[in-house]
Every structure is written in structure tokens, then in C-alpha cells.
Design a binder for this molecule. Structure first.
Ligand code: ATP
Ligand code: MG
Length: 360
């Protein structure tokens, strides 16, 4: 099979982790007899430095022309300004929001899985005990607060700012269907998270999710308020299978869930639309504090590449091979800095980003 992949190395640690993910993809492709054609495009701070904007129309076309996009991470500063001094539409993140919207990537899958070998790195290891932690957050990605109308103005001598949270029935229905479909392949439980005791958009969310549930008698549905969910994740993390939620709640809860897996450097993600196209990226950011030091953990990006093989190319065996390689490396005791338990140097082998990629 020929795989046409556009890469967005991005900013900070992005280029380092994408290089390692490509290495792993190339290895699997040669083992299974596939060929990969890569094209790199600029997005984020690096694009602002070269083109003055976080994402050019040409880059969007290149992304659209591929079968799938593999991204590192974008964010941080440009070479001339800190990000917060830039116009909102010219900030590095604006490129990513634009790309998600123009490719209609409404379904963001964020699996949070605690590898048994990393149990000591899990801050909730007593709560997880021997039950294991394996949940998937299905986050709506092109609606809600991040895409609603917003403004800042002067009123009665002070600044007033507004963001709007909007959801249409059709937007809720399509993401709910994705959540129930994926639950069917897992432990058949959906917990839908909202704030229906306060927000109208959440009340509509609940109603539409209930309607979708009628087509899935084999899957259980529970509703949970977002504040309770944040608490339950810490109290009893093993109760969750698929969590279905809107854009901002999913953003926050997935960072919380990531810590239970030992490190944010372990979490992949897939952003999908109605076709087989997808954008795959680690859940973490560009980590400017560790960029260029060869200490970033590339596993989240490598696992995102595995999700790409699974969801965009239907290459399940190849994806399994990558996930098994990750398991093996952890089993063999290799750890990047973020995964190294305090005082664990005697029991584990510390490796850098490049070395981790070589071992996979
Ligand atoms: P951004 O603005 O791009 O989101 P950030 O610094 O706000 O960047 P992250 O990039 O997610 O947020 O980083 C949060 C913390 O996690 C940082 O201390 C960073 O070094 C660490 N971190 C993130 N990704 C990794 C990784 N792959 N390996 C090791 N540490 C990481
Ligand atoms: Mg961040």
C-alpha cells in the first residue's frame, strides 16, 4: 500500500518527536511492505517566522491532498514576539484551529491508557490498583466555546469580554454517534459529561445524546456533570470507558486523565471527520522548556502514528506492531526523563528522544 502523509513538525519539541515517529513508521512500512510518501508543511510559530501567518492557504491544500496528517506540536513564541503579544488570529494556535475547522475534524479521540509497566509513575496507583486504567475521551472539536462569537469592548469605563458557547443538534448527534460506535468496540459504556444544571447548550447536549442512545441498546449511558467528573477521575478513575463531551470540557478532562497514565508524553490523539482522513498528534503541547535538548518523550507521537495506521489506513496489524513495540521498550526498562520514577536510575535505563525512537 502507498501511504501519502503530510507532516507538520511545528514548534518546540515538535520536529524532534515527528522525526522519531517517522523513523518508527518507516520501520513498520518496510516490515509489512508498504511505501510512504511524506510532505512537510509549516504551521504555528515557525510559519509566522517565514510567512507572517500561522498557516498559509497553500499549507491547508497540502494537508487536504494527503491521506492523513501527522503533527508534532505547535505553540510557543515566534522568533520575534512572545505569543501573547500577537493578535489572536496570528497566534500559533490559530493555525491549528483553522486547520481543524477547514478539514471539518469534529471528532477528537483521546485514549488514556496506563501501561502496566508505568504503574509506579501513576499518581493514583492505589485507586487504579489491579483494575487498570483504560479510558477514551471523545471530545467535540469544531464547536462550543472555542469557535463561538467573541468580543472585547469598553463599557462604562471598563473592559468587558465575551465568549459564546454554541451547539447545534446536528453537531451533537454526529459526535455522539462516534462515541457509541467506539464504545461498542470497547467495554460498551458511555459517560456523557456536561453542565446541564446550568447551561442550555448542555441541556440540548443531554437530549440529543439520549436520542442517539436509543440506537445502541447494547451500550450503557450515564450522564455526569463536569465538576463531578473531574472529581470522579481522581477518586475512582477505573469507572470510565468512553467519555463523551464538548470541546472545552474535553480539553481540560483529557489533560487531567493524561496524568493518570504517568506522563502527558504518553498520550496520542486522532482528529477525524466523516471520511477516512485524519489528523494525528500527541495530546501535549510544544514544551518549549525542553525543546532541542533530546529529552522529549516521543511515544505520544509514535502512538498517534499507530492511530493513523488504524483509523485512516485500516492497517490494524501494523498499528498493533507499533503498540507492542512501545510495550516491549517499557518492559525492557527504558525510560525518558518524564517517565523515570524518583530514584529509579538503578532499576531503569534513562534514554533520550532519539534513542527511544531507535529502540522502537
Ligand atoms: P504549549 O503552549 O505548546 O501548549 P506548554 O508548555 O503550555 O506548551 P506542554 O507543551 O503540554 O504545554 O508542556 C507541559 C509540560 O509537560 C512541560 O513542562 C513540558 O516540558 C512537559 N512535556 C510536554 N510534552 C512532553 C513530552 N513529550 N516529553 C516530556 N515532557 C513533556
Ligand atoms: Mg499547553
Amino acid at each position: 500500500m502507498k501511504l501519502n502523509i503530510t507532516c507538520i513538525p511545528g514548534d518546540g519539541i515538535g520536529p524532534e518527536i515527528v522525526t522519531e515517529a517517522k523513523k518508527v513508521l518507516d520501520k513498520v512500512a518496510s516490515e509489512f511492505g508498504h511505501s510512504i510518501e511524506y510532505k512537510d508543511i509549516l504551521m504555528g510559530g515557525c510559519s509566522i517566522d517565514v510567512h507572517g501567518v500561522p498557516l498559509t492557504d497553500e499549507a491547508i491544500e497540502d494537508a487536504k491532498a494527503a491521506d492523513a496528517v501527522l503533527m508534532g506540536s505547535i505553540g510557543g513564541n515566534t522568533s520575534t514576539s512572545p505569543w501573547y503579544k500577537l493578535e489572536p488570529s496570528l497566534r500559533p494556535e490559530a493555525g491549528l484551529l483553522k486547520l481543524r475547522k477547514s478539514l471539518n475534524l469534529f471528532a477528537n479521540l483521546r485514549p488514556a491508557y496506563l501501561y502496566p509497566q508505568l504503574k509506579d509513575a501513576c499518581p493514583l496507583k492505589e485507586a487504579v490498583a489491579d483494575k487498570g486504567f483504560d479510558m477514551l475521551i471523545m471530545r467535540e472539536l469544531t464547536g462550543g466555546l472555542y469557535f463561538g462569537e467573541r468580543w472585547t469592548k469598553e463599557e462604562n469605563g471598563e473592559q468587558v469580554a465575551t465568549d459564546t458557547l454554541v451547539y447545534k443538534e446536528s453537531e451533537i448527534r454526529r459526535i455522539a454517534i462516534r462515541a457509541f460506535d467506539v464504545a461498542r468496540k470497547r467495554r460498551k459504556s458511555v459517560i456523557s459529561v456536561d453542565k446541564a444544571n446550568v447551561l442550555d447548550s448542555s441541556r440540548l447536549w443531554r437530549k440529543v445524546v439520549e436520542e442517539v442512545k436509543k440506537d445502541y441498546p447494547d451500550v450503557t449511558l450515564e450522564h455526569m456533570l463536569v465538576d463531578n467528573c473531574a472529581m470522579q477521575l481522581v477518586k475512582e478513575p477505573t469507572q470510565f470507558d468512553v467519555v463523551l463531551t464538548e470541546n472545552m470540557f474535553g480539553d481540560i478532562l483529557s489533560d487531567e486523565a493524561s496524568m493518570i497514565t504517568g506522563s502527558i508524553g504518553m498520550l496520542p490523539s486522532a482528529s477525524l471527520n466523516d471520511t477516512s482522513f485524519g489528523l494525528y498528534e500527541p495530546s501535549h503541547g510544544s514544551a518549549p522548556d525542553i525543546a532541542g535538548k533530546d529529552i522529549a518523550n516521543p511515544i505520544a507521537t509514535v502512538l498517534s502514528a499507530a492511530m493513523m495506521l488504524r483509523y485512516s489506513f485500516n492497517l490494524d496489524k501494523e498499528a498493533d506492531a507499533i503498540e507492542n513495540a512501545v510495550r516491549k521498550v517499557l518492559e525492557d526498562g527504558y525510560r525518558t526523563t518524564d517517565l523515570m520514577p524518583k530514584g529509579g536510575e538503578d532499576n531503569f535505563k534513562l534514554v533520550g528522544c532519539r534513542m527511544m525512537g531507535d529502540l522502537l
